[in-house]
Structures are given as C-alpha cells and as structure tokens.
Write a protein that binds this ligand. Sequence first.
Ligand code: SF4
Ligand code: SF4
Length: 108
Amino acid sequence: MSDKPEGLPAGAMTVEGKLGLLEYKKSPETHITLRKTGADAPCVSECKSKPCTTVCPAKVYDWEEHEKKILVAYENCIECGACRMLCPFDNISCDWPKGGFGVKYKFG
Ligand code: SF4
Ligand code: SF4
C-alpha cells in the first residue's frame, strides 16, 4: 500500500516528504521569538484562528491548549519568511539563523 495521498499525481511527493529530504544544523539559539507569551499575549484570547499554526509549512508553531501558549520549534524552520507577515497581531519576531546554521537546501 502507498503512503501517497489520493489526488497527487504519480511520482509526486507530499510536502512532508519533501521536508524530510532537507538537512538542518540546529542553532543553539532561536531565531524566532514571540513578543508576548504571557496571559496577555494575543495568542491566548484575541487570535481565534491562530494562523501561525496552519500557514507555516514546517509546522514550527503549535498551540498548547493545556498551557495556553504557542510552542515554537524553531529548529524545523525552512526560512520561507511567511511568518514575518502572517500574524495579525504582529506577535512574531522572525530573523534568520546565524551563518552556517538552519536549513540547508541542496538545489539552490
Ligand atoms: S498568529 Fe500571532 S497572535 Fe495568533 S497565535 Fe500565532 S503568534 Fe499568536
Ligand atoms: S519562516 Fe516559514 S518555515 Fe520558518 S517559522 Fe516562519 S513560516 Fe515557518
């Protein structure tokens, strides 16, 4: 049985499959921070749809319901830049990893 979801043409890879081909060198420091993380953070009550958890192709952001906060798995970032624009409350500060760290693309 194939892992390929229905609707994809023969030979096509899922996004998850493509991400699995990338190489990463984890930086010791995060390049992504949330400006507010406490009880007054917009993530807690104002931001109902939490677009960071759905738009980021690398699933860096995850809403932790129990702790009422966004978890940031910065080491998975593929540096697409989308989160610089997507947060409706300007709560994400996303820089780039220091040279030599982060994702390594094989083709370009
Ligand atoms: S999009 Fe912004 S405000 Fe909304 S949950 Fe994500 S970081 Fe928080
Ligand atoms: S730059 Fe792209 S991959 Fe990295 S956290 Fe932002 S949206 Fe996700």
